[in-house]
Design a protein around this ligand. Structure first.
Ligand code: URA
Length: 451
């Protein structure tokens, strides 16, 4: 996973010096020392250049994940991730541009909804997006289920696309943040994703390279979030906002609920259909509440004088009059999507088989464990169990209920869509994910806090 393979290290004095330096940094960090800017920059640039092997970089990342980082170290890491990368120049758009980022979760279709909503309100949006990380879906994978859609635009295509349509969504380019590009996939397979400084530096470095005028962060909390505990998720939010501000990027944030899947659809083409439904006016509870809050903050981030009521009215109007859905279709077609598929979303990839998961007793849905739902989709190929696995775009899960719903014995709780994979394992995970009983049930709000 090292960018260039580390070959015969002992015979290469530069590689040997780099390995000695990273070992020293690991040992100092483990003992509780604060690393210097030069040490952090040295580790990241040596790794990007292939001078240290991935096992030593993994040890360094694991030590940082265990020991955390001081503010000065976090700033140095963020700068190191961007070093030698390109930065976008969005000034040619001629209007303030807004960006958003979510820490990811299950059934989190927000990007596919808020980007066209905000663009339809007249505010240009530039969004670079990534593929799935672990059990949580990735917007890039969801969009890849649309036939023809080009998702790896050259950076010089972005400004013309925004000028033509009003929005752009494209895959993250490792040219912008070489350090994050090199370490992101390594973190996914070494248990070093769930770390406040590593998440903050990874996300904020990409946002600084995009250089939008405003940024809205969606930080998840709850069992399906990267950082489940609420106080830690608040700390992550504050850390990211302060880090962005230290690089001159103003931001707003929502702390949102991921104690249950956000929307009813979990899976690539299923979530595209879900987004088109919401954009067409079928406001799914939970999912729409969060999308409305993020859209409002995005509008206000480029127009701070806009009241909540005025922003909400703009957001509701573009959904009601169909312009947000039209924006999505116009954008996708401009990036090569097959217009006939978007006109008839039933033509998106669809799994041939169904398994129904039903309630074994009557009662109230007290919980839906999001990680179990996410893992169920991985078992039928909607996400990756190995780094280079191909996806089944039609596979996934449709949830028929949310926490707080009353269900009767035999009612359908969830539908598994699949063609292949371990459908029995997935069905068992879904059955376990639902907790139905008679206890008191506090229905979690979609948005816990706004910063
Ligand atoms: N998303 C990112 O881009 N980076 C992380 O570390 C986690 C989520």
């Amino acid at each position: 996973m090292s960018p260039t393979p580390a070959t015969d290290r002992a015979a290469d004095p530069t590689a040997a010096r780099s390995s000695a330096r990273v070992l020293e940094a690991i040992n100092r960090k483990r003992r509780g020392a604060s690393l210097t800017d030069e040490e952090i920059e040295g580790v990241v640039t040596d790794y990007v250049a292939g001078r240290i092997p991935s096992y030593q970089m993994s040890a360094w990342l694991a030590t940082v994940a265990c020991r955390s980082m001081a503010t000065s170290e976090l700033t140095a890491l963020t700068r190191a991730y961007i070093r030698d990368g390109r930065r976008l120049d969005l000034t040619g758009i001629g209007a303030p541009v807004v960006d958003k980022h979510s820490t990811g979760g299950v059934g989190d279709t927000t990007t596919l909804i808020v980007v066209p909503v905000v663009a339809a309100c007249g505010v240009p949006v530039a969004k670079m997006t990534g593929r799935a990380l672990g059990f949580a879906g990735g917007t890039l994978d969801k969009l890849s289920s649309i036939p023809g859609l080009r998702l790896h635009l050259d950076t010089d295509e972005l400004v013309p696309m925004i000028r033509k349509v009003g929005m752009v969504i494209t895959g993250q380019s490792a040219d912008l943040t070489p350090g994050d590009g090199a370490t992101y996939a390594l973190r996914d397979v070494t248990g070093t994703v769930e770390s406040i400084p590593l998440i903050a530096a990874s996300i904020i470095s990409k946002k600084i390279a995009v250089r939008a005028d405003g940024l809205v962060l969606d930080i998840k909390t709850g069992a399906g979030a990267l950082i489940p505990d609420r106080p830690d998720a608040v700390l992550l939010t504050q850390t990211m906002m302060a880090l962005a501000a230290s690089f001159g990027l103003p931001s707003r944030a929502v702390l949102s609920d991921m104690s249950q899947p956000l929307g009813p659809a979990v899976g690539n083409a299923l979530e595209i259909r879900q987004a088109l439904d919401v954009l067409g006016g079928r406001r799914s509870p939970g999912l729409w509440d969060l999308c409305a809050a993020i859209s409002r903050l995005m509008l206000q981030s480029v127009d701070p004088g806009l009241s909540d009521a005025a922003a909400d009215a703009m957001v509701e109007r573009v959904v009601d009059d169909g312009s947000a859905r039209e924006m999505f279709v116009r954008w996708a077609v401009a990036q090569g999507a097959d217009a006939t598929v978007l006109a008839d979303p039933a033509r998106l990839p669809t799994a041939r088989r169904r398994h129904l998961v039903t309630a074994t007793e009557s009662g109230v849905v007290l919980g839906i464990e999001p990680r179990a739902v996410g893992r169920a989709t991985l078992l039928v190929g909607a996400g990756r169990l190995t780094h280079d696995a191909s996806l089944d775009y039609g596979a996934g899960v449709v949830l028929h209920h949310r926490v707080g719903d009353r269900v009767g014995r035999g009612d359908v709780l969830a539908e598994l869509h699949y063609d292949s994979g371990d459908a029995d394992g997935a069905r068992a995970l879904l059955a376990e994910a639902f907790v139905v009983g008679d206890g008191d049930c506090a229905v979690p709000p979609a948005v816990h806090q706004i910063f």
